[in-house]
Design a protein around this ligand. Structure first.
Ligand code: TXA
Ligand code: MG
Length: 347
C-alpha cells in the first residue's frame, strides 16, 4: 500500500516530514513535491533501494538519476571537485530549478549514475523537499515520480495514478509551481552545456558564465546516454500527439481537427485561450484544454493537460506550439516536441 500524507506546502508538519525522512533512511521510496515536479526519492547511497526505484518506475538502468542535497557542503563527498564556476552558479541559482552535472566521486553507487563518471546534483527550493532532505540528512536520488515515458507528475494524484502500490509513501504538498523539470547543465566539458532546458535559461546562466552552449533537438543515439531525457520520445502521452508550429499553426490544427472529427475520430485539442473563439462547433466535438496566456501558466498546466487528454480515450491529440519568448518558452517547446515524438507539422 502507498500511504499519502497531506502537508502544508509552505510549512510542512514536522510529524509527516519525520515519517518521510525515516522511510528514506530505511531504504523506502518516497514521492514528494519539488518546485519543478514531484520527485520519487530514495537514499542515494543505498544500492538495493536505488535498484527498487528503477523497478518501480519501469526505468531503464541506463538512465542516471539526479541527487538532491541541501547545501554545497553536502556535494563535496559526492563530486570529484567543485570549481569556482560551480560555486558561482550555486550562489546565484540554488536552491532552485537547476541541476549541475559534475565529475563524480567514488562514493556514489554506479546504480545512481548509470555507470557514468559524472553525477547530476540539485538543491531544490520547495519547502517540503528541503524539509525532508534536511530531516533525512542523506543525499536523495530522485527522478520524476512517474512511470517511465509518462509525463512528469505535478500533483500527488498524478503520482498515485502511476505508482500506487509500487512505492511506500507520497507526501502531498499540492501542485508544483514551475511545472516542468529542472534545467540540466553539464559542467564537465570545456564549455558548459544545457542538456535539458528548464526555468533557468541560457540567458540567465550567461550572467554568471561567459559561455553556455545548448543542445537543440535530440541527440544521436551514441550520445543519448548523456541525457536520456533528450531521447526523442521521452515525455509522451499514449495517445498520438501532433504538434503544430509556425505562423499558420492554429489554422492548420483546426483544419486537421475538423477532418478527423468528420471521419469519426475522438479528438483532443491543446490550444491557447481564444484560439477556438470562431470555432465553437468544432470545440463542442472535441475535448479541449486551454493553456496560457503567460508561459508560467502554460508550464504549470502542461503535464496535467497532457495527462487529462491522454486519459480521455482519444484517437488523436492536436497541440499548438506556444510562443517561445524566453523564460519558460524554451522548456515548453522542448517538452511538446518530445511529446509529439516526431509528429510535427510546420505551418
Ligand atoms: O526537476 C527535476 O529535475 C526533477 C525533480 C524531481 O528534481 N527530476 C527529474 O529527474 O526530472 P529525471 O530523472 O526525470 O530526469 C533526470 C535528467 C535526465 O534527463 C537524465 O538524463 C539527466 O537528468 N541526468 C542525470 N544524471 C546525469 C548525468 N550524470 N549526466 C547527464 N545527464 C544526467
Ligand atoms: Mg523524468
Amino acid at each position: 500500500m502507498t500511504d499519502v500524507l497531506i502537508v502544508d506546502p509552505m510549512q510542512p508538519e514536522a510529524e509527516a516530514i519525520a515519517r518521510a525522512a525515516d522511510c528514506l533512511r530505511a531504504g523506502g521510496l518516497v514521492a514528494f513535491p519539488t518546485e519543478t515536479v514531484y520527485g520519487l526519492g530514495v537514499n542515494a547511497l543505498d544500492r538495493a533501494a536505488v535498484t527498487r526505484l528503477f523497478t518501480a518506475k519501469g526505468r531503464p538502468a541506463t538512465d542516471p538519476l539526479i541527487v538532491h542535497v541541501t547545501s554545497v557542503d553536502a556535494i563535496a563527498p559526492l563530486a570529484a571537485h567543485i570549481s569556482d564556476d560551480v560555486r558561482r552558479l550555486a550562489e546565484r541559482f540554488w536552491p532552485g530549478p537547476l541541476t549541475l552535472v559534475l565529475k563524480r566521486s567514488a562514493r556514489i553507487p554506479d546504480e545512481v549514475t548509470a555507470g557514468l563518471d559524472t553525477v547530476a546534483i540539485r538543491i531544490p527550493r520547495h519547502p517540503v523537499a528541503r524539509a525532508i532532505l534536511e530531516a533525512a540528512a542523506i543525499p536523495v536520488a530522485a527522478p520524476s515520480a512517474n512511470l517511465f515515458s509518462r509525463p512528469s507528475p505535478t500533483t500527488a494524484a498524478h503520482v498515485l495514478e502511476d505508482l500506487d502500490r509500487r512505492i511506500d509513501l507520497i507526501v502531498d504538498g499540492g501542485a508544483t509551481t514551475v511545472g516542468v523539470e529542472s534545467t540540466v547543465l553539464d559542467m564537465t566539458g570545456i564549455v558548459p552545456t544545457i542538456l535539458r532546458p528548464g526555468a533557468v535559461t541560457r540567458e540567465m546562466l550567461q550572467h554568471v558564465l561567459p559561455r553556455v552552449d545548448e543542445h537543440l533537438g535530440s541527440l544521436p543515439a551514441a550520445d543519448a546516454q548523456r541525457a536520456p531525457g533528450m531521447l526523442e520520445k521521452h515525455y509522451s502521452p499514449r495517445t498520438p500527439l501532433t504538434l503544430y508550429e509556425g505562423i499558420d499553426a492554429v489554422d492548420l490544427l483546426i483544419n486537421d481537427a475538423r477532418s478527423a472529427v468528420a471521419s469519426g475520430k475522438r479528438v483532443g485539442l491543446l490550444v491557447a485561450p481564444g484560439d477556438l473563439e470562431q470555432h465553437a462547433a468544432l470545440a463542442r466535438h472535441c475535448i479541449v484544454r486551454e493553456l496560457g496566456p503567460a508561459s508560467g501558466d502554460i508550464a504549470r498546466g502542461l503535464y496535467a493537460s497532457l495527462r487529462e487528454l491522454d486519459a480521455a480515450a482519444l484517437d488523436a491529440i492536436f497541440a499548438r506550439a506556444f510562443r517561445d519568448e524566453g523564460g519558460l518558452g524554451g522548456a515548453i517547446a522542448d517538452r511538446l516536441r518530445r511529446a509529439a515524438a516526431g509528429r510535427i507539422v510546420r505551418g
